[in-house]
Design a protein around this ligand. Sequence first.
Ligand code: SIN
Length: 303
Amino acid sequence: MANLAVEVAGVTLQNPIIPASGVFGYGREYERLFPLSKLGGIATKGTTGEPRPGNPSPRIAEAPAGMLNSVGLQNPGIDVFIERELPNLLKKGTVILANIAGSSIEECVMIAEKLDSTAVHMIELNISCPNVKKGGAAFGVHCESAESITAAVRKATKKPLVVKLSPNVTSIAEIARAVESAGADAVSLINTLLGMRINIETGRPILRNNVGGMSGPAVFPLAVRMVWQTAQAVSIPIIGMGGVSSGADAIEIMMAGASAVQVGAAIFTDPYAPIRIISEMDSWLNAHNIANVTDIIGSVIPW
Ligand code: SIN
């Protein structure tokens, strides 16, 4: 078996595969299927200061080779997360990334301060949700606001800080540089791409929110491109995501420069996808006589 261990922001993951925020809840539904200890980590659903019911339905739409969501950060709020979900997650023997989101810098700071006194391993600051009216991607599409919120959350916590970036920008590399300069320990990318579907019989958008975030295999080449561009712009580690569905995809996005990989939409069609991907990565590494998965990080040889 190859050595699959990787390090992100000083935290060792036994393998690079992490179910992405929003597709895995708090792991309760999946622990009946496989031991969560097999995962490299778990990114939890975006947590806000207060409970949020999310956006009205329909909030999921199908697309060729992908899906759109406009969930709107439905979650029980930081206090319930810390009291009810986090203690259970911390017993699972894997790295926990608490994904946090807020409508204001103050809200994100307050959440980070509360998490700072817990045993959570990492904080993933979501500045890229496309489905909320305040906060979310509004922070992540300009260098100045991305830098300000990162700097404020950086001051609020000593936990390793990962900032989750939006692909709905002209240059994701510039945003990555801004959050690196503000103290981010790592970046994760890409969040979803803003999309829209219309029911041509009713003339209405399928999503009640009109627009939503596109994910799934269709976005994979965009994710690889953005990870590659970001890897050339920053020296902090990158967690790559966006349409990763197989071990080969995970290897590819790591060759582009990712140190770890989040798996999102693939879990909706195959709940075992993270476990399958770990095993497929191992087989590929063995077939290529590569002893350590870290050897492939950023190993692409550009023309
Ligand atoms: C959502 O809850 O709307 C999705 C979260 C995100 O895209 O960051």
